[in-house]
Design a binder for this molecule. Structure first.
Ligand code: SUG
Length: 436
């Protein structure tokens, strides 16, 4: 049997990170709209989290930030001249477009793509489908740069990287935030979770407050492109109540990998039947289902317990949880999971800036299950060890501001700092430099 190694792929936030309130249905994003951000604290916290994950014995790779502000996008919207002229004109005529163009939401790498390891696919190749992120205009802008980055990362491994699905809302796809690869007893199932069906044929009530981002049509297309055999695929519907409580992605109420699932009782439609089916098809699967009495949906969204990482390490299962879970009800649940042997240890991370945009530890990484040969072929520009972290920390301290307000986005000096930061990142690491 081929052994797979989990590589965590993290993406760094960029120097223009701000709190824009750009995501309706994301309670944290809405609540922090317009507040002061700290791009520097955000990037340093991501590096601290990576250091913690490396300390658990897991390999990590890192993607550089995407170029922001996205001047290509602004030019396509009719703003011309040099970069300062484009920024000034956009800030005056269409400040909302400048905010979209400046978002650092690519830092939530779980949304970058959906991945199927080479052991699971019909042609024996690793497949990746870049997410179109069509539900949110600021996130839609990530997909082209992501395709370039992931092709550069995965082509040397022999992987097939598929471009994003057409950016139409009917095909909305949010990547691995709505996908889990479960494996136990020699069987594998890829669980795809969607929030809405085909508009004309949807018999299940839609959420009433907030948008459902992941479409069934998108999930079906992604599963096809990943070349997964039908018996390894299961499509599941999110509960409208979970979306309406602020679970804009399934990974806000569930985390699952290999033979472990941690899930809120109100995550899925027909959840008892789906879990029973998973248990039957995956002998030995361990499911920790948390009742609404132990933690309400609203509290789950506030503390992001289910957005913890479940990390298979040489010393057993580790959980990397947000510091918001270190006390009270979520802490009692974690202690119970420790007592039951569902996890063997827990590490808490302070990811305040990311949490303010609605992203916890699991949002910040994309899981890649790789064979030893594939792992050995991860290109040096993406590999991360403690020397690379130290190098990136000093890079962040040189280029990232400690404070930023949305009003600063039209500052040409910020755009120049951002461009200089990316140029140096690429010069130092050899990472591909994307067009600005
Ligand atoms: O898509 N927030 C992201 C958070 C993504 C979290 N990822 C996962 N759950 N996997 C989103 O809503 C906020 C941007 C702002 O408001 O400035 C934002 O895009």
């Amino acid at each position: 049997m081929i052994v797979l190694h989990e590589l965590q792929l993290d993406g760094l936030p960029g120097p223009t990170l701000f709190h824009g309130g750009l995501s309706p249905g994301n309670v944290a994003s809405q609540g922090n709209a317009g507040g002061t951000s700290s791009p520097r604290a955000a990037a340093l916290a991501t590096l601290d989290k990576i250091r913690a994950v490396l300390g658990l014995g897991m390999p990590v790779a890192v993607l550089p930030p995407l170029p922001r502000p996205d001047v290509v996008f602004l030019r396509r919207c009719g703003f011309f001249g040099d970069v300062p002229a484009v920024l000034t004109a956009a800030a005056t005529a269409a400040p909302e477009l400048l905010r979209l163009a400046s978002s650092s939401s690519f830092m939530w790498t779980a949304n970058a793509a959906t991945i199927a390891p080479s052991t699971d696919t019909e042609d024996g190749r690793l497949h990746a489908v870049v997410a179109n992120l069509a539900a949110m205009p600021h996130r839609l802008l990530e997909s082209n740069g992501r395709f370039t980055q992931l092709t550069a990362l995965l082509a040397p491994l022999g992987g097939a990287v598929h471009p994003p699905l057409p950016g139409h809302p009917a095909l909305g796809d949010e990547g691995a935030a709505n996908h889990s690869r479960l494996a136990s007893g020699g069987e594998v199932i890829h669980v795809f979770v969607h929030g809405r069906g085909f508009p004309a044929a949807d018999s299940i009530a839609a959420p009433s407050r907030y948008p459902a981002r992941q479409s069934l049509a998108g999930s079906l297309a992604v599963a096809r492109l990943l070349a997964l055999p039908a018996q390894r695929v299961l499509h599941v519907r999110q509960q409208a109540a979970a979306i309406d409580a602020g679970a804009f992605h399934n990974d806000v109420v569930m985390v699952g990998t290999r033979d472990r699932v941690l899930i809120h009782q109100q995550a899925w439609t027909d959840q008892p039947a789906v879990i029973q089916q998973l248990r039957q098809r995956l002998p030995g699967l361990r499911v920790a289902e948390i009742s609404a009495d132990d933690l309400s949906l609203a509290d789950s969204v506030a503390c992001y317990l289910f957005n913890s990482l479940l990390a298979p390490t040489p010393q057993g299962w580790a959980m990397v949880a947000p510091v918001e879970c270190a006390a009270d009800r979520p802490r009692r649940i974690i202690d119970r999971l420790l007592g039951e042997g569902f996890i063997d240890r827990v590490v808490f991370c302070d990811l305040r800036e990311s949490m303010r945009g609605g992203g916890g530890p699991a949002c910040l990484r994309l899981r890649l299950d790789l064979t030893s040969e594939e792992l050995a072929r991860v290109p040096p520009w993406a590999r991360c060890d403690s020397a690379r972290i130290n190098q990136l920390e000093s890079w962040v301290r040189r280029y990232y501001r400690d404070r930023l307000l949305p009003a600063d986005l039209s500052d040409p000096a910020l755009a120049a700092e951002s461009a200089a930061a990316l140029a140096e990142y690429s010069a130092v690491t050899g990472a591909p430099l994307l067009p600005e």
